[in-house]
Ligand binder design. Sequence first.
Ligand code: FE2
Length: 303
Amino acid sequence: MTVAQVDTEDRRAMPEGWTTASTSGALDASDVEEYRKRGYLAITGFANADELAAMQKRAVEIVEDFNYEKASIFSTTDQKRTTDEYFLASANNVSCFFEEKAFDANGKLTVEKALSINKIGHALHDLEPVFQTFSRSAKVKALLRSLGMENPTPVQSMYIFKQPSIGGEVVPHQDDTFLSSEPATCVGIWLALEDCTVHNGCLYAIDGTPDVHRRMEVDFPGGTRAIEFVGEAPRYDVDAARPLEVPAGTLVLLHGANVHFSRANTSGKSRHAYSVHFVDLTVARWRETNWLQRAQDFPFRPL
Ligand code: FE2
């Protein structure tokens, strides 16, 4: 039996919206078609165990070094809390954000610091060598180019912990709401660093790429920066969502208009993931109203 035959049989056994990673990272035409139709594609075996371990090790070190006295809490159910300068500044650095449930009523941590962090963001791909290596790897570039991106440019990266017991939900959303180019070109890669199940807060995705009517923008009322949402919050048919219970090493490709979410982690197991979002700055313009703006001496850099 040839390798090609094994590949074909693997693919037949895959659920719809799934495929296996090619050696180069590029997708074939049928996978690209599937991605465009569904707005997502789960690609198993995209990263190897060494890559996953290196990213996990570095994330632990970053949290160990994190001085949490002045940090803010990240919560997608209460975006107001994210309107502070700590969040906006994280476009240009590597910041840690707490789980909402990490503190008691008196403001004391309810769990040890290592288990209290919701995520690290948002410039890991440019400032942390381990994450830079993966985000800018030849296989990621081949993957994005196979989608037709001429000049894939990473704009945001996040290490997401989804901590045991307190890992918060991420409400249904479209990434284009948060990371908007004109025209829309956003593509997310979401790499499972650990096995993901419905118990530890796996991704859920709704088939399709509906129009985006809502944007998170930065405004300057009274001269200070404030985050606001423009446009109506749509109602999503969350009952139609499919859980993506993927093994570690799987990369989930997410179209900027795809609706996806994850539920709270109520299990005793963490669910670490690393995600990077790309836009194509050859054919599109980064909006000045996006929350994420780089400093003049730290511009976006294409792959
Ligand atoms: Fe997302």
